[in-house]
Design a protein around this ligand. Structure first.
Ligand code: 13P
Ligand code: SF4
Length: 327
């Protein structure tokens, strides 16, 4: 659809993205300056996108960056809930997502009406939602968290109040164990983080007994039990930089390996495949964004995130609470 629009712009600008990667990168840089845009990228983006981004981070860092930027345009190279969060924080800015179809299986597993009913069944509970959810679910939540701050935020909640946690039950179980608080969990999971093969992980551990295993808390418990360090994407990267280990086995989306290899040169990083060796450890939503679509969205200033103002205000309150509590 986006490429079909190229034929019809009639703007007099070049009809299609420059073919040579070097020219494409140079033209993205030109458009970024002309638009006064900032390019934010999650660690799960393709290497080529990470290489042109102004800032690469985990969900919390990207939300903070979106809250503090003075650019007129935010190009969010990530998935829809991330770009939506940037729009909630910046209603007057243009927020672009290179491919509007870049969703998230976790967010999809939690429809807002079903979440509202879940909440209504537990009126005494504080509703804590992982940032991987729609604006409508955020609007039904008391507090948003990310994988980076979830344990810390849950620990800060009043001890006499019960807590609902959604939409990731694997993250929720880990937060429960780390915080010592009992959580009532929404039954959702990430299709990528439940796809890792335990057999492949055990084989890698046999082949590289010296390797440290780094895991994202969205992984299932039986895999987290085999990990040496658990944390958000940024925390995994920082651990790789600080660790004395000579090699690493990484249990999260392999896009993060690009920064790990750049920041820790000379040490091998091994990704864990999905069951039957499939490449389902790569997030199909994140990988919808490409350098060409990034160029196109900057040229056309579309697709942009639009949101109803009343919904935005309701979704903003629990995000602001998170930003204040995780300072
Ligand atoms: P982070 O909070 O580590 O950025 O993770 C986001 C995500 O979508 C993991 O699948
Ligand atoms: Fe969503 Fe999983 Fe992709 Fe993260 S990796 S964006 S949780 S589908």
């Amino acid at each position: 659809m986006v490429f079909a629009a190229i034929q019809n712009t009639g703007t007099g600008s070049v009809a299609s993205p420059p073919r040579h990667p070097q020219d494409l990168r140079a033209d993205i840089e030109r458009l970024r300056r002309e638009r006064n845009a900032v390019i934010l990228a999650h660690y799960y983006q393709d290497d080529a996108i990470q290489d042109v981004a102004d800032f690469i981070g985990d969900s919390l860092e990207l939300a903070r960056k979106a809250a503090s930027t003075d650019a007129d345009v935010i190009v969010f190279c990530g998935v829809h809930f991330m770009a939506e969060t940037a729009k909630i924080l910046n209603p007057t800015k243009t927020v672009l997502l290179p491919d509007l179809a870049a969703g998230c299986s976790l967010a999809d597993a939690c429809p807002a009406d079903a979440f509202a009913a879940f909440r209504a069944e537990h009126p005494e509970h504080i509703a804590v939602s992982y940032i991987n959810c729609s604006a409508a679910v955020k609007a039904h939540s008391d507090l948003i968290c990310t994988s980076s701050n979830a344990v810390d935020l849950v620990k800060q909640l009043p001890a006499d109040r019960p807590i609902l946690f959604g939409p990731d039950e694997n993250l929720g179980r880990w937060v429960q164990a780390q915080s010592g608080r009992e959580l009532t969990l929404w039954p959702g999971s990430c299709q990528v983080h439940v796809a890792f093969s335990e057999q492949a992980l055990l084989q890698l551990k046999l082949e590289h007994p010296e390797a440290e295993v780094l895991a994202h808390p969205e992984c299932q418990q039986h895999l987290l039990d085999l990990a040496d360090f658990i944390g958000s994407t940024s925390k995994l990267l920082h651990r790789a930089e600080a660790s004395p280990a000579q090699s690493f086995i990484v249990l999260t989306e392999p896009g993060i390996l690009h920064q790990m290899r750049l920041k820790v040169p000379g040490k091998p990083f091994f990704e864990v495949p999905g069951a039957d060796g499939c490449s389902c450890n790569a997030c199909p939503y994140m990988r919808l964004n490409t350098l060409e679509k990034l160029w196109l969205c900057l040229r056309d200033m579309a697709p942009a995130i639009e949101m109803d103002e009343a919904l935005r205000q309701r979704a903003l309150a629990p995000i602001q609470r998170m930003l204040e509590m995780s300072r």
